[in-house]
Write a protein that binds this ligand. Structure first.
Ligand code: GLU
Length: 446
């Protein structure tokens, strides 16, 4: 980076947060976009705005003891990073996965600040989670873990303070157990303290579908700028969780053929187009593995290990986890004629892979913008909770469509304004940053 202010901030991030490589990566990507912005706005440096932006407002790390089905005491470590509240209460998911550590939660929390700003719905950025692995645990074990986790977390959250939701490993079941425990401790039915709740008890219709649907809506709008659409595209979606499943559904609805998806063990290819009902039965009902798809479908093959990006496609939607698409994958995608790549997961594309795709004229939708539909619909859930109201599916999906269109256009316009036409990474970083920075300026040195 060639700006001395930005360089010195990044150096500080490296020395003050040793070993947190995903956090370094996320900060680097944003700071890289900000050179022309700090040059246009010298007032940011005068109030140490970037130095404050990269330092979370508050970080909580706590022990979660629970008893497993064999009567053994288990200990997990949990985090809540309340990164930035310039625009509203901290908002962001909880991730339960063995890979969770402080650096992972900080990278996710940092990204969340800009993503949430882009929604335009008045939400700050935060993230949390634990190294607890829900896979292979009984419902009762998951419940005991969630109750213990919430016993501590409840001191730090609240509907105007910090509003957690789901992420990898945290879905409707976990949110239910956590909400039950929160309600008991607070002695109040504070519906807006968590989002992703069940539809019968304060949850929003279309929240489950929102991240995947929003991803496809955003991608469709990028394709429109090149007079294209999803109709007739050959799509590969990595992952097979909540984001992937509803991205597949929406892409199919718009006329695409989705030929592959994956889990952490391998991927399936079905040249006939994936059978979504079967995937949902395996993943949502049975909590099973994607290999079961190939056992049930003669037209499908299952590949262990390897890279799902070897499967030729014109649209790629990485929706599994961070750093799942590397430079080699990007080269394969370009060789196979990919037109658009959009991130359903948070930071799934490695930085040199992103650069390669952009240099080769591929439409690239960064997660901050492309997957913002999930958290945006969480904000819509908070609106419904505040008014004790429940909107219809169609009304909520319509709001989501408007929000995704406006995020797309804001990114594109910001990129144009700074003479980076078509660069959605730059547009998302700068548009999100500017809104947060101006709010921070107005609110003084805090
Ligand atoms: N975990 C999701 C995200 O990465 C959703 C967060 C939320 O709904 O608060 O944006």
């Amino acid at each position: 980076m060639s700006n001395s202010y930005i360089d010195s901030v990044y150096e500080q991030v490296l020395t003050r947060n040793p070993g947190e490589k995903e956090f370094h990566q996320a900060v680097h990507e944003v700071l890289e976009s900000l050179e022309p912005v700090v040059e246009r706005h010298p007032e940011y440096e005068e109030v140490a705005l970037l130095e404050r932006l990269v330092e979370p407002e508050r970080q909580v790390i706590f022990r979660v003891p629970w008893v497993d089905d064999h009567g053994r005491v288990q200990i997990n470590r949990a985090y809540r990073v309340q990164f930035n509240s310039a625009l509203g209460p901290y908002k962001g998911g909880l991730r339960f996965h063995p890979s969770v550590n402080r650096g992972i939660i900080k990278f996710l929390g940092f990204e969340q600040i800009f993503k949430n700003a882009l929604t335009g719905l008045g939400i700050g950025g935060g993230k949390g989670g634990s190294d607890f692995d829900p896979h292979g645990k009984s419902d009762n074990e998951v419940m005991r873990f969630c109750q213990s986790f919430m016993t501590e977390l409840s001191r730090h959250i609240g509907e105007s303070t910090d509003v957690p939701a789901g992420d990898i490993g945290v879905g409707g079941r976990e949110i239910g157990y956590m909400f039950g425990q929160y309600k008991r401790l607070a002695n109040a039915y504070e519906a807006g303290v968590l989002t992703g709740k069940g539809v019968g008890w304060g949850g929003s219709l279309a929240r489950t579908e929102a991240t995947g649907y929003g991803l496809v809506m955003f991608t469709e709008r990028m394709l429109t700028t090149r007079q294209q659409s999803f109709d007739g595209q050959r799509v590969v979606v990595s992952g097979s969780g909540n984001v992937a499943i509803y991205a597949i559904q929406k892409a199919q609805e718009l006329g695409a053929t989705v030929v592959a998806c994956s889990d952490s063990a391998g991927y399936v290819v079905d040249e006939d187009g994936l059978d979504l009902d079967l995937i949902r039965e395996i993943k949502e009902l049975r909590r099973g593995r994607i290999s079961e798809y190939a056992s049930a479908k003669p037209s499908a093959r299952y590949v262990v290990g390897g890279s799902i990006w070897d499967v030729p496609c014109t649209v790629a939607l990485p929706s599994a986890t961070q750093n799942e698409l590397n430079l080699l994958d990007a080269k394969t995608l370009v060789k196979n004629g990919v037109v658009a790549v959009a991130e359903g997961a948070n930071m799934p594309t490695e930085p040199d892979a992103t650069d390669f795709l952009k240099e080769n004229g591929v439409l690239f939708g960064p997660g901050k913008a492309a997957n913002a539909g999930g958290v945006a619909t969480s904000a819509l859930e908070m609106q419904q909770n505040a008014r004790r109201d429940q909107w219809t599916f169609d009304h909520t999906a319509e709001r989501l469509q408007q929000i995704m269109d406006s995020i797309h256009d804001r990114c594109a316009e910001t990129a144009d304004d700074y003479d980076h036409p078509g660069d959605y990474v730059f547009g998302a970083n700068v548009a999100g940053f500017t809104q947060v920075a101006d709010a921070m300026l107005a609110q003084g040195i805090i």
